[in-house]
Design a protein around this ligand. Structure first.
Ligand code: ZN
Length: 285
């Protein structure tokens, strides 16, 4: 009603002769169809153009980025820009790139093998796909030969930690060499090869022993004193707060708390991008 009042000439057109009126209605319908057609076509073309610029990819990327840290998002956006707007890099790939750069850590276990704790540790390492280094006391090998064999089969490094945990520099060189030889022979009898690495108890070594013993010495640079505290959380906190690329962590697989700590350390440091290697990989330069 308003329309007709406001534009009375429209009403007039309906008063035209029937033939003319029909032609006018057809023309009006065709005009409206043409407007719709070109409008839809324009929308489709603009959507295609936007997609070609990577707009849709960026839109898909935003929700994923919102869950990550600002730094990761910015970094991913930078990677996307380098790839011509294709953010298929996604936060996951960015995280992988960061993981690869964090560094390598060696978990080392002294004083075993232990009949209960060591197999439990080996289970946890296997579950996580982690290789470690074990420095064995000769007298602890007796009765645990299967465990030593398992260490070898599962790719861990096996080293010498003397026969009975003697401080090697406190005795004669000859007595020290006998201690080392005793354990080397025990390990070789099980695995078929003598170890190439020795960790002297208390880290006590000398120039004289270096000349006499054709083995590499493997010390450590991160000691949470797990034997002293025997508390999982204390050990985990100490190690995870200090670990860095090249850390050689000293633990003892004769304590249940140390086994628990080691597995938790692996889980935490793995999430922070570290990989675990046997100690020889960090000592060879
Ligand atoms: Zn020891």
């Amino acid at each position: 009603m308003f329309f007709l009042t406001r534009f009375p000439h429209i009403h007039i057109t309906t008063e035209l002769r029937p033939g003319v009126s029909a032609i006018m209605r057809k023309w009006e319908i065709s005009r409206r169809l043409a407007v719709w057609f070109w409008g839809i076509l324009a929308l489709l073309l603009s959507a295609e153009f936007y997609g070609g610029l990577g707009g849709s990819a960026r839109a898909l990327y935003r929700p994923a980025a919102a869950e990550d840290t600002g730094a990761e998002s910015a970094s991913c956006a930078g990677a996307a820009a380098m790839k011509g707007g294709d953010c298929s890099c996604s936060a996951g790939t960015e995280r992988t790139a960061r993981l690869e750069s964090s560094g390598a850590i060696a978990l080392t276990f002294d004083d075993g093998p232990h009949a209960v704790c060591t197999p439990r540790l080996l289970d946890g390492l296997k579950e996580r796909g982690v290789k470690a280094s074990f420095f064995l006391i000769g007298q602890n090998i007796d009765g645990n030969e299967e465990i030593v064999l398992r260490m070898q089969k599962e790719g861990h490094l096996i080293g010498n930690h003397s026969q009975n945990h003697m401080q090697l520099t406190a005795e004669s060189a000859r007595a020290a060499c006998e201690q080392i030889e005793y354990t080397n022979q025990k390990i070789e009898a099980i695995t078929g090869s003598a170890p190439g690495y020795i960790r002297p108890p208390y880290g006590s070594w000398s120039e004289e022993l270096s000349l006499l013993v054709p083995m590499s010495v493997a010390l450590w640079n991160l000691d949470p004193l797990d034997w002293k505290y025997q508390d999982k959380d204390t050990v985990v906190r100490y190690v995870t707060e200090r670990a860095e690329d090249g850390s050689i962590i000293l633990l003892h697989d004769i304590y249940g708390t140390s086994v628990d700590a080691a597995l938790e350390i692996i889980d935490i440091l793995s999430q922070n991008g570290y990989e675990f290697v046997t100690v020889d990989e960090l000592l060879i330069e």
